[in-house]
Design a protein around this ligand. Structure first.
Ligand code: PAF
Length: 283
């Protein structure tokens, strides 16, 4: 695996790859602190493309809270080892001054979709995500890019951006990886102690409850289903605070009054001991 530390070097590699027309490039953008969830994205990329680029960049533009940015886990040498073992070809870790040079002014905003849910709780978050992803897409020029289902709103926005701005990239959504207790894997889980980790299981419990009510009991009314999500989170006890629970269309992110089979996303965000966690499921 080659570690690439500047845009200029990554561009040169991409130019050379273009000389082999049958090569296809799969791209997994990350903020580092890799876990098995990233492993699943990378594995899918390795199975899809002939060459795989993983990027690692903790993107300051997508953090609205400086404390959250400061405590975001960083494990660079472990990340190199994981990617090396998996068979990644290029590990791209650009310096911040390459991504945001002095005088940087241009941002990408998938307007209406960016201001709801995560965007309402974290103003500017998706402007940061879409700006950095668009820039990375321009540098890496992948044929395929891989994103997890857990960050469901992010996936909807990236698909929309790719369509609106005519990026010639296939976006591949990859199912959420969970630990043996059902907790969705996230770099932020590293910040939880054992008790908080137990309490964090309420997010998955809430989503499983919705699945049960919708699939086994035939409940389609979203108000009723949301009530079940709220009570599962609220009954988790001290230190757990629900941020939002929503049942929305997978394409427009608009609230639904009743489930539309195959087009429904259930999203939940909560703070557990001050650590913000999200999870989602499809119906
Ligand atoms: O999902 C993430 O880790 C980040 O939002 C991404 C897509 C790497 C952009 O910084």
């Amino acid at each position: 695996m080659e570690v690439v530390q500047s845009i200029a070097q990554m561009r040169e590699i991409r130019r050379q790859l273009a000389l082999t027309p049958e090569a296809t490039v799969g791209f997994v953008p990350t903020m580092g602190a890799l876990h098995k969830g990233h492993g699943r994205l990378i594995q899918r990329a390795l199975n899809t493309a002939s060459l795989v680029v993983v990027s690692s960049f903790v993107n300051p533009l997508q953090f609205n809270d400086p404390r959250d940015l400061a405590r975001y886990p960083r494990t660079p040498s472990q990340d190199h080892d994981i990617c090396n073992k998996l068979g990644v070809n290029y590990f791209f870790e650009p310096p911040a001054e390459d991504i945001y040079p002095p005088g940087f002014l241009t941002t990408v905003n998938v307007s209406r979709l960016a201001n709801r849910l995560e965007g309402a709780s974290r103003p500017g978050h998706f402007r940061g995500v879409c700006t950095v992803v668009a820039k990375l897409f321009n540098i890496v020029q992948p044929h395929f890019a891989f994103f997890g289902h857990k960050d469901a709103q992010q996936l909807v926005l990236i698909r929309h951006m790719v369509r609106d701005l005519a990026f010639d990239i296939e976006i591949v959504g990859v199912p959420t990886e969970r630990d043996k207790n059902g907790l969705a894997l996230s770099s932020r889980n590293q910040l939880l102690d054992d008790e908080q980790r137990q309490k964090a299981l309420c997010l998955n419990r809430a989503l499983r409850r919705v699945h049960f009510l919708a699939k086994k009991q035939g409940i389609t009314h979203c108000g009723e289903l949301l009530q079940a999500v709220r009570s599962a989170i609220n009954s988790a006890g001290e230190g757990v605070e629900l941020d939002y629970a929503a049942i929305v269309s997978r394409t427009t992110l608009e609230d639904l009054s009743h489930i539309e089979r195959g087009n429904t996303l259930v999203l939940v965000a909560a703070r557990v001991g001050g650590i913000r966690l999200i999870d989602s499921t499809r119906l």
